[in-house]
Design a protein. Sequence first.
Length: 324
Amino acid sequence: MSNLKPCIFACLAGITAAGGMLSASCSGITAYQPSGLPERIAFTSDRDKAAHIFTIKPDGTDIQATSTDNRTNDGLPAWSPDGTKIAFTSSQSDKYEIWTMNNDGSGRVRLTDLKSLSNMPRWSPDGSKIVFISQVMAAGGIPSIQIFVMNSDGSGLQQLTAADILPSGSEGRAVWNSVPAWSPDSSKIIFSSNRDGDGSTTVLYTMNADGSDQRKFGLSTDVDGSQPDWSPVNNKIVWARGSAARADIWVMDAGLPMPLLSAKKLTDNIDNNTNPVWSPNGKQIAFASDAGGNQDVYIMNADGSNVRRLTYDKAKDGFPAWRP
């Protein structure tokens, strides 16, 4: 198997932290429906000789590995809505593809065969689809990252965004559309794109689940940043805003025509805070931070209070995902 361990954390460095109006009714917020399984947070760690996915209780105890195979690198987990499976990216087939497994690491099934760099899977809340990103080539062989969707069994693969070349003045650069997340009713996808200007800044966009109606998130002011996640119980978006070296976690109301008017910074330090995700009840947020000297998994209340560190390994721990 290819030794692609560094790519789990490094391959997204250029797309995961960079600096239409959605009403409460169209976002389809529904009552929180827990899976009935104990809460756990999955995350990626390179604490072994390879990168693997681990799960942990929200109080920081009972860390469990889903694999001990150091020939294969796994990462970027996402739970199924019923909490029984994890979608993830793996180098098991040499190239990174999207796989699923049971929450204990058994029953591994490969879903894609794109022979490219495919990662960041996210299960739709209704369980029918998985959205993810993959590297494709734009005109002239310029690499770009684009958003794909497929049925949860891997069938019905569809590319949702186009690998266009950026406008004049940005020669040799392609449009990147990345880090997608679902609305609670599975009807929309929020994502980041560098398609505006010279491509040096990413802003948030939304589209329908079939890729139609792609538009900026908000009416008159661009929402810069990346890594958005939509609260499962209220019409709020959490996202990372800043540079690849230093970002903070922000939250805003998705129902406003100018959502930045409601934006609140939840972290405010000299560290890099990334990859925020909501807890199933919308009361907490898990994220990655290097505040302790290396990258670890943290959680905090939805208002930014009561920050707690969950992992303390000397390795890099990141890309948390909270089980429904």
